[in-house]
Design a protein. Sequence first.
Length: 258
Amino acid sequence: MLKCIPQFVEEIWGDESLGKLYGVDGKIGEVWLCSGHPERKTKLVDEKGNEVSWDYVTKIWGFERFPFLVKHIKTSQWLSVQVHPDDDVARSAGEPWGKPEMWYFLKDGTLINGLQNGALERLKSGDRNWNELLSFTHVRNGQAMYIKPGTVHAIGPGMELYEFQMTSDITYRFYDWDRGRKTHFEEALRVAQDIKAEPFDFKRLETDHFKIELFDKVKAKGKAVCLAIESSGIPSSYILADGEEFFFNNTTFVMTLP
Protein backbone atom coordinates (compact mmCIF):
# COMPACT_ATOMS: atom_id res chain seq x y z
CA MET A 1 0.00 0.00 0.00
CA LEU A 2 1.26 3.45 -0.92
CA LYS A 3 0.32 6.76 0.70
CA CYS A 4 -0.10 9.91 -1.41
CA ILE A 5 1.38 13.15 -0.07
CA PRO A 6 -1.00 16.03 -0.97
CA GLN A 7 -0.26 18.92 -3.33
CA PHE A 8 -1.80 22.31 -2.50
CA VAL A 9 -3.17 24.71 -5.13
CA GLU A 10 -3.97 28.37 -4.47
CA GLU A 11 -6.97 29.77 -6.36
CA ILE A 12 -8.65 33.18 -6.51
CA TRP A 13 -11.79 31.45 -5.25
CA GLY A 14 -9.91 29.47 -2.58
CA ASP A 15 -10.43 29.47 1.20
CA GLU A 16 -7.63 29.95 3.75
CA SER A 17 -9.36 27.58 6.17
CA LEU A 18 -8.70 24.64 3.85
CA GLY A 19 -4.96 25.19 4.04
CA LYS A 20 -5.14 25.57 7.81
CA LEU A 21 -6.76 22.14 8.08
CA TYR A 22 -3.60 20.66 6.53
CA GLY A 23 -1.20 23.07 8.26
CA VAL A 24 -0.25 25.17 5.23
CA ASP A 25 -0.71 28.88 4.45
CA GLY A 26 -2.45 30.47 1.48
CA LYS A 27 -5.83 30.79 -0.17
CA ILE A 28 -6.03 27.09 -0.98
CA GLY A 29 -8.83 26.08 -3.31
CA GLU A 30 -7.78 22.52 -4.16
CA VAL A 31 -5.83 19.85 -2.35
CA TRP A 32 -4.76 17.20 -4.86
CA LEU A 33 -4.93 14.14 -2.61
CA CYS A 34 -4.00 11.56 -5.23
CA SER A 35 -2.68 12.55 -8.64
CA GLY A 36 -0.50 10.99 -11.30
CA HIS A 37 -1.16 13.86 -13.72
CA PRO A 38 2.14 14.98 -15.31
CA GLU A 39 1.52 18.62 -14.38
CA ARG A 40 0.99 17.93 -10.65
CA LYS A 41 1.92 14.57 -9.18
CA THR A 42 1.50 13.67 -5.54
CA LYS A 43 4.54 12.07 -3.93
CA LEU A 44 4.14 8.38 -3.10
CA VAL A 45 5.61 6.66 -0.04
CA ASP A 46 5.44 3.07 1.15
CA GLU A 47 4.59 1.94 4.68
CA LYS A 48 8.22 2.55 5.77
CA GLY A 49 8.21 6.11 4.40
CA ASN A 50 10.35 5.33 1.35
CA GLU A 51 9.47 7.21 -1.83
CA VAL A 52 8.07 5.09 -4.68
CA SER A 53 7.97 6.12 -8.35
CA TRP A 54 4.74 6.53 -10.31
CA ASP A 55 6.26 4.35 -13.04
CA TYR A 56 6.12 1.44 -10.62
CA VAL A 57 2.42 2.03 -9.96
CA THR A 58 1.33 2.56 -13.57
CA LYS A 59 3.17 -0.59 -14.64
CA ILE A 60 1.28 -2.66 -12.06
CA TRP A 61 -2.04 -1.02 -12.93
CA GLY A 62 -1.39 -1.40 -16.67
CA PHE A 63 -1.74 2.27 -17.69
CA GLU A 64 0.63 4.82 -19.20
CA ARG A 65 -0.98 7.40 -16.89
CA PHE A 66 -2.57 6.62 -13.55
CA PRO A 67 -6.33 6.80 -14.22
CA PHE A 68 -7.76 8.35 -11.02
CA LEU A 69 -7.42 11.83 -9.53
CA VAL A 70 -8.89 12.79 -6.14
CA LYS A 71 -9.20 16.33 -4.75
CA HIS A 72 -10.45 18.14 -1.64
CA ILE A 73 -12.06 21.46 -2.65
CA LYS A 74 -13.28 24.44 -0.62
CA THR A 75 -14.59 27.70 -2.05
CA SER A 76 -15.06 31.32 -1.02
CA GLN A 77 -16.39 32.44 -4.44
CA TRP A 78 -18.07 30.94 -7.48
CA LEU A 79 -15.85 28.81 -9.69
CA SER A 80 -16.03 29.56 -13.39
CA VAL A 81 -19.01 28.28 -15.37
CA GLN A 82 -17.30 25.46 -17.21
CA VAL A 83 -17.62 22.21 -19.13
CA HIS A 84 -15.35 19.22 -19.73
CA PRO A 85 -14.94 17.20 -22.96
CA ASP A 86 -15.68 13.52 -23.51
CA ASP A 87 -13.04 10.89 -24.29
CA ASP A 88 -12.99 11.49 -28.05
CA VAL A 89 -12.50 15.25 -27.80
CA ALA A 90 -9.94 14.89 -24.99
CA ARG A 91 -7.88 12.38 -26.99
CA SER A 92 -7.78 14.77 -29.93
CA ALA A 93 -6.24 17.29 -27.50
CA GLY A 94 -3.63 14.81 -26.26
CA GLU A 95 -5.30 13.56 -23.07
CA PRO A 96 -6.09 9.84 -22.56
CA TRP A 97 -9.58 10.48 -21.16
CA GLY A 98 -12.25 13.08 -20.88
CA LYS A 99 -13.13 14.39 -17.43
CA PRO A 100 -16.13 12.66 -15.87
CA GLU A 101 -16.19 13.47 -12.18
CA MET A 102 -18.17 12.86 -9.01
CA TRP A 103 -18.58 15.38 -6.21
CA TYR A 104 -19.27 14.31 -2.63
CA PHE A 105 -20.54 17.26 -0.60
CA LEU A 106 -19.26 18.01 2.91
CA LYS A 107 -21.46 21.12 3.29
CA ASP A 108 -24.81 22.30 2.05
CA GLY A 109 -24.67 24.80 -0.78
CA THR A 110 -25.82 26.04 -4.16
CA LEU A 111 -24.21 25.20 -7.48
CA ILE A 112 -24.84 25.16 -11.22
CA ASN A 113 -25.82 21.72 -12.48
CA GLY A 114 -26.51 22.32 -16.19
CA LEU A 115 -28.31 24.57 -18.65
CA GLN A 116 -31.95 25.52 -18.81
CA ASN A 117 -33.98 24.00 -21.64
CA GLY A 118 -33.19 25.75 -24.90
CA ALA A 119 -30.13 27.53 -23.47
CA LEU A 120 -27.72 26.10 -26.03
CA GLU A 121 -29.61 27.65 -28.92
CA ARG A 122 -29.86 30.94 -27.04
CA LEU A 123 -26.09 30.91 -26.46
CA LYS A 124 -25.45 30.23 -30.14
CA SER A 125 -27.67 33.17 -31.05
CA GLY A 126 -25.72 35.55 -28.80
CA ASP A 127 -27.77 35.49 -25.57
CA ARG A 128 -25.50 36.01 -22.52
CA ASN A 129 -28.10 36.40 -19.78
CA TRP A 130 -26.43 33.79 -17.61
CA ASN A 131 -28.92 33.94 -14.74
CA GLU A 132 -31.65 32.80 -17.15
CA LEU A 133 -29.50 30.33 -19.10
CA LEU A 134 -28.06 28.37 -16.17
CA SER A 135 -29.73 25.80 -13.93
CA PHE A 136 -29.10 26.28 -10.19
CA THR A 137 -29.69 23.62 -7.55
CA HIS A 138 -29.21 23.17 -3.80
CA VAL A 139 -27.25 20.22 -2.39
CA ARG A 140 -26.84 18.80 1.12
CA ASN A 141 -24.00 17.34 3.13
CA GLY A 142 -23.79 13.59 2.35
CA GLN A 143 -25.16 13.93 -1.15
CA ALA A 144 -23.18 13.42 -4.35
CA MET A 145 -23.46 14.47 -7.98
CA TYR A 146 -22.06 12.82 -11.11
CA ILE A 147 -20.89 15.36 -13.70
CA LYS A 148 -20.89 13.75 -17.13
CA PRO A 149 -18.68 15.30 -19.82
CA GLY A 150 -20.70 17.96 -21.60
CA THR A 151 -22.51 19.08 -18.43
CA VAL A 152 -22.17 22.83 -17.81
CA HIS A 153 -21.41 23.29 -14.12
CA ALA A 154 -19.93 25.50 -11.41
CA ILE A 155 -19.37 25.10 -7.68
CA GLY A 156 -20.85 27.91 -5.59
CA PRO A 157 -19.26 29.92 -2.75
CA GLY A 158 -18.97 28.48 0.75
CA MET A 159 -18.92 24.87 -0.43
CA GLU A 160 -16.64 21.98 0.53
CA LEU A 161 -16.42 18.65 -1.26
CA TYR A 162 -14.32 15.73 -2.41
CA GLU A 163 -13.91 15.36 -6.16
CA PHE A 164 -13.24 11.98 -7.78
CA GLN A 165 -12.37 12.05 -11.49
CA MET A 166 -10.36 10.59 -14.32
CA THR A 167 -6.85 11.99 -14.65
CA SER A 168 -7.57 14.68 -17.18
CA ASP A 169 -7.34 18.42 -16.63
CA ILE A 170 -9.10 19.89 -19.67
CA THR A 171 -11.54 22.58 -18.62
CA TYR A 172 -13.32 25.00 -20.96
CA ARG A 173 -14.56 28.15 -19.20
CA PHE A 174 -17.86 29.47 -20.53
CA TYR A 175 -18.02 32.42 -18.13
CA ASP A 176 -15.91 33.62 -15.19
CA TRP A 177 -18.09 36.23 -13.43
CA ASP A 178 -16.13 39.09 -15.07
CA ARG A 179 -12.93 38.33 -13.13
CA GLY A 180 -10.70 38.86 -16.17
CA ARG A 181 -9.37 35.31 -16.54
CA LYS A 182 -9.19 33.64 -19.93
CA THR A 183 -12.35 31.94 -21.14
CA HIS A 184 -12.87 29.35 -23.89
CA PHE A 185 -16.36 30.15 -25.09
CA GLU A 186 -16.20 28.55 -28.56
CA GLU A 187 -14.55 25.36 -27.26
CA ALA A 188 -17.10 25.15 -24.45
CA LEU A 189 -20.00 25.65 -26.83
CA ARG A 190 -18.77 22.80 -29.04
CA VAL A 191 -18.74 20.24 -26.22
CA ALA A 192 -21.65 21.49 -24.06
CA GLN A 193 -24.82 19.39 -23.97
CA ASP A 194 -28.33 20.17 -22.85
CA ILE A 195 -28.14 17.90 -19.79
CA LYS A 196 -28.38 18.37 -16.03
CA ALA A 197 -26.68 16.60 -13.12
CA GLU A 198 -28.90 15.74 -10.17
CA PRO A 199 -27.85 15.30 -6.50
CA PHE A 200 -28.43 11.95 -4.80
CA ASP A 201 -27.82 10.43 -1.37
CA PHE A 202 -24.50 8.67 -1.76
CA LYS A 203 -23.37 5.17 -0.90
CA ARG A 204 -22.25 3.88 -4.30
CA LEU A 205 -21.82 5.02 -7.91
CA GLU A 206 -20.71 2.98 -10.90
CA THR A 207 -19.98 4.58 -14.29
CA ASP A 208 -18.26 3.50 -17.49
CA HIS A 209 -15.00 4.94 -16.12
CA PHE A 210 -14.95 4.19 -12.38
CA LYS A 211 -16.81 2.81 -9.37
CA ILE A 212 -16.90 4.58 -5.99
CA GLU A 213 -18.27 3.16 -2.73
CA LEU A 214 -18.46 4.58 0.80
CA PHE A 215 -17.85 2.37 3.85
CA ASP A 216 -17.73 2.85 7.61
CA LYS A 217 -15.05 0.14 7.75
CA VAL A 218 -13.68 -1.84 4.84
CA LYS A 219 -11.10 -4.41 3.80
CA ALA A 220 -10.09 -2.98 0.43
CA LYS A 221 -8.22 -5.15 -2.04
CA GLY A 222 -7.08 -5.23 -5.63
CA LYS A 223 -6.46 -2.10 -7.68
CA ALA A 224 -8.03 0.75 -5.71
CA VAL A 225 -7.62 4.31 -4.50
CA CYS A 226 -8.83 4.63 -0.92
CA LEU A 227 -9.70 7.97 0.67
CA ALA A 228 -9.73 7.43 4.43
CA ILE A 229 -11.11 10.17 6.69
CA GLU A 230 -9.07 10.48 9.88
CA SER A 231 -10.61 11.39 13.24
CA SER A 232 -9.17 14.92 12.80
CA GLY A 233 -11.24 15.32 9.63
CA ILE A 234 -8.18 15.26 7.39
CA PRO A 235 -8.52 12.84 4.45
CA SER A 236 -5.60 10.63 3.48
CA SER A 237 -5.33 8.92 0.11
CA TYR A 238 -3.81 5.49 -0.50
CA ILE A 239 -3.17 3.34 -3.58
CA LEU A 240 -3.46 -0.44 -3.56
CA ALA A 241 -1.83 -2.52 -6.26
CA ASP A 242 -3.32 -5.67 -7.77
CA GLY A 243 -3.56 -8.43 -5.17
CA GLU A 244 -2.98 -6.18 -2.14
CA GLU A 245 -5.51 -5.78 0.63
CA PHE A 246 -5.72 -3.45 3.61
CA PHE A 247 -8.23 -2.91 6.40
CA PHE A 248 -9.41 0.66 6.99
CA ASN A 249 -10.99 1.17 10.41
CA ASN A 250 -12.65 4.51 9.56
CA THR A 251 -14.92 6.15 6.99
CA THR A 252 -13.39 5.36 3.60
CA PHE A 253 -14.20 5.97 -0.05
CA VAL A 254 -12.97 3.19 -2.33
CA MET A 255 -12.49 4.05 -6.02
CA THR A 256 -11.92 1.18 -8.44
CA LEU A 257 -12.15 0.42 -12.12
CA PRO A 258 -15.68 -0.55 -13.23
